[in-house]
Design a protein around this ligand. Structure first.
Ligand code: PGA
Ligand code: MG
Length: 222
């Protein structure tokens, strides 16, 4: 891939990119399904299902355990109540994340967190993990009409930061992020430690594939 143009902003995904939130999803889904008298989904199932937003995750979990699709509304209500209560408790910041965010911040450019997670959950999680201060804006999956992999959230975030998409680097962990970035015209950098629907992320074209966010150092101007 050709050398990246100098970035003028960073759009950073949350789940699987900054924070390993799989444990929160596993715990909240288990509590939600138990409330409805249904069995839990496995961690392995969660790892390949996460990334398309909460609504899709709940619908897929109901299908997975043989629950009636009509249970979606009560499931969503229970899911929100549990998520708000335990958000972050079974999640860890990935190694190299804080150092990586410090490096990005040192570039003096606008930064947005752009996730498919509902905005309220995203804000609470960033605050709980001490990461909120890095971001000028935080946008969640319920802030726009469509979610990643649609380019709309990236285009709207670029507009909010006042930068053109080709100068806004999307940093993510899944083909959702990459597809959205490609369609929006944003360069993309991918982390290997996230959740790419069970597929290896190296197969997805990007400026770079990193094991840890602080490895982004080699892509930035000294
Ligand atoms: O589906 C989710 O909630 C996770 O989304 P994210 O990877 O865009 O943060
Ligand atoms: Mg992600």
């Amino acid at each position: 891939m050709s050398a990246p143009s100098r970035p003028l902003a960073f759009l950073v995904d949350l789940d699987g990119t900054l924070v390993d939130t799989a444990g929160d999803f596993v715990a909240v889904l288990a509590l939600t399904l138990a409330d409805l008298g249904l069995p839990a989904v496995s961690r392995a199932w969660v790892l390949q299902a996460v990334g398309r937003g909460s609504e899709q995750l709940i619908r897929a979990a109901l299908r997975e355990v043989g629950g009636d699709a009509a249970l979606y509304e009560p499931a969503w209500a229970r899911y929100q109540a549990h998520y708000l209560r335990i958000n972050g408790q079974a999640s860890e910041i990935f190694p190299g994340t804080r150092e990586g965010l410090d490096l990005l911040k040192s570039q003096g450019l606008p930064m947005a967190c752009l996730t498919n997670k509902p905005a309220r959950f995203a804000r609470d999680l960033l605050a709980a993990k001490g990461l909120a201060g890095y971001f000028d804006r935080v946008f969640g999956g319920d802030d726009f009409e469509r979610k990643k992999p649609d380019p709309l959230p990236l285009l709207k975030t670029c507009e909010a930061l006042g930068v053109a998409p080709p100068s806004a680097w999307m940093i993510g962990d899944s083909s959702n992020d990459a597809q959205a970035a490609h369609a929006a015209g944003c360069p993309v950098v991918l982390l290997r430690h996230g959740y790419n629907h069970g597929e290896p992320i190296d197969a997805v074209p990007a400026l770079a594939h990193l094991d840890r966010l602080d490895q982004i150092r080699r892509l930035l101007a000294p």
